[in-house]
Design a protein around this ligand. Structure first.
Ligand SMILES: NC(=O)c1ccc[n+]([C@@H]2O[C@H](COP(=O)([O-])OP(=O)(O)OC[C@H]3O[C@@H](n4cnc5c(N)ncnc54)[C@H](O)[C@@H]3O)[C@@H](O)[C@H]2O)c1
Ligand SMILES: O=P(O)(O)OC[C@@H](O)[C@@H](O)[C@H](O)[C@H](O)CO
Length: 480
């Protein structure tokens, strides 16, 4: 691709887009995936511009500032094996710093606001291994204390004009709870919260996070949530790596727009949803979304076959010298381990509508798309919360069927070796539970394995054979 000499900024005027659609959807976590998935689905089905999104960042305001400078517009690059196609997405009407609680409260107080979507990462839900909100986590405890103080002052979390108060909550659950309280006080009616994070039973996870905090702050709030908030479960899929400087330059060269916020994704997209939308929703089904009455088996298929394989490739692949998913797949040893893991998982994905053989064949093609540089190091982040959903349930299911679950145990062994080697090399361990992981990495041998297995699942450490099986698999990644 040759670089063009002149580009123009991307905004509604230069692109010739219409006015932003009225805001009816609030999003938490303005990252790559939201732009490639929920915002794309909404753009595709909202020809009449009725469903605008207000997207809030999670931690730093930067993504909002960049997108706001472009009036919410950005380019979606669909990267197939043989070519790229480019489309400007118009569904984001406004972007805000996640700390802007007053604006959040104002938007959630409107009866026309119908949906909150979330892509804040698995770790951001701060759930313990029992699936409930971990009120001892530092950030959660701080937010619970702050919100309790606000509540005690006036039986509300927001002042009459948003939050004219000291301090601001930092966790997604506390921000959402503050906004929901504004909605309660405005009597703006019921609403749907739609988690689009890679968590099993992600609707329940979102409910446990928000409701758990509400119960700690004021039972009245928890009661309002029970009566007014529908937590929708979803299975969400579209492989979307982090945008690189090269992607930004490529978009400018191909389109003539100096878009600072493009997103590169694969052509494949999938969205399965289960739950109610009491205040309405866009017709996402017109872009291929599927609404079902039972979703658990779809979630398992995606989290085990796609995400489980991703995590296996992330740890084993990097230990064996690969940097991307496509590279790791070309390593016959990694490919064989992935196949063994899929065989184990497939034993428990028996519903005919899952079409597991077709799904596996499609995954091989998607993972093999070498034009999508999906970095294994990115996938490897936050392994503790991911492996609880990608490896632990497969081992459980295998053992319930009388088999050891060795291929899934290999994923845990690879994770531990990856952490131990990073720690020995003085590299950062990138995990939301680093504080708990670091002391365990100071242990050695089987003790280290046992402690990290226990961190993933306290029951596993007590169960005969699991620690030994994982330990026996350690140290085998670089040798074959
Ligand atoms: N990228 C994909 O291919 C993909 C596919 C399916 C599902 N997902 C889900 O979407 C999530 C985000 O993926 P992404 O590619 O957009 O990542 P990203 O890094 O581009 O964006 C993550 C967003 O979450 C926010 N965030 C991170 N930690 C947070 C915290 N502790 N509290 C609140 N907000 C926080 C960030 O500020 C950012 O806005 C994933 O973790 C996964 O659960 C991603
Ligand atoms: O996004 P994460 O960090 O939960 O997991 C990394 C990848 O496995 C994931 O992003 C997949 O690419 C995605 O789930 C595909 O739909």
């Amino acid at each position: 691709m040759t670089a063009q000499t002149a580009t123009q900024p991307l905004n509604r005027q230069t692109y010739g887009a219409g006015s932003p659609a009225p805001i009816r959807i609030i999003h938490f976590g303005l990252g790559a995936f939201h732009r490639a998935h929920q915002a794309w689905y909404t753009h595709k089905v909202d020809a009449n511009h009725e469903w605008g999104i207000a997207a809030f960042t999670g931690r730093s305001p930067q993504a909002a500032e960049t997108l706001e400078a472009q009036d919410g517009l950005y380019t979606l690059v669909e990267r197939a094996e043989d070519a790229d196609s480019f489309e400007v997405i118009e569904s984001i009407s406004a972007a805000y710093d996640g700390g802007n609680i007053a604006r959040l409260a104002e938007l959630l107080s409107q009866p026309t606001t119908a949906i909150v979507t979330l892509t804040v990462t698995e770790a951001a839900y701060n759930l313990g291994s029992d699936g409930q909100l971990d009120l001892t986590a530092e950030a959660v405890a701080a937010d619970a204390a702050l919100l309790s103080q606000w509540w005690k002052a006036s039986a509300a979390l927001t002042g009459s004009s948003g939050t004219a108060r000291r301090g601001a909550p930092s966790t997604a659950a506390a921000r959402l709870l503050t906004g929901l309280d504004a909605r309660r006080r405005a009597e703006a009616g019921p609403i749907a919260v739609v988690s689009c994070d890679n968590l099993s039973a992600n609707g329940t996870a979102a409910r446990n996070a928000v409701r758990g905090l509400a119960s700690a702050v004021a039972p009245e709030l928890a009661g309002w949530i029970d009566a007014n908030v529908s937590f929708v479960d979803t299975s969400i899929d579209r492989i979307t790596p982090r945008t690189t400087d090269e992607d930004i330059a490529g978009v400018a060269a191909a389109t003539g727009f100096a878009d600072q916020s493009p997103v590169v994704t694969e052509p494949f997209h999938n969205w399965v949803l289960c739950g109610d939308f009491p205040a309405g929703r866009p017709a996402w089904e017109d872009a291929g979304a599927v609404f079902v009455d039972r979703i658990e088996h779809f979630e398992r298929r995606k989290l085990w076959l796609l995400n489980g394989a991703h995590s296996l490739l992330a740890y084993a692949g990097q230990l064996r010298g690969s940097d991307t998913v496509a590279q790791a797949l070309r390593d016959p040893v990694c490919a064989a381990w992935m196949d063994e893991f899929w065989n184990e998982a497939a034993e428990h994905l028996t519903e005919p509508e899952l079409k597991v053989d077709e799904y596996r064949a499609a995954l091989l093609e998607r993972f093999g798309n070498s034009r999508i540089a999906h970095m294994l190091a990115q996938i490897a982040i936050d392994g503790s919360s991911k492996l609880r959903m990608r490896a632990v349930p497969v081992i459980r299911a295998e053992r319930a069927a009388g088999r050891p679950g060795q291929a899934a145990a290999r994923l845990i062994a690879a994770w531990i070796d990856y952490l131990a080697i990073a720690n020995n090399d003085g590299a950062d361990v990138r995990d939301a539970e680093t504080d708990r992981i670091m002391p365990l990495l100071a242990l050695v041998g089987r003790d280290q394995t046992a402690a990290l297995v226990e961190l993933l699942d306290p029951d596993f450490a007590a169960e005969d054979g699991i620690v030994d099986m994982v330990h026996a698999l350690r140290g085998s990644f670089q040798d074959q």
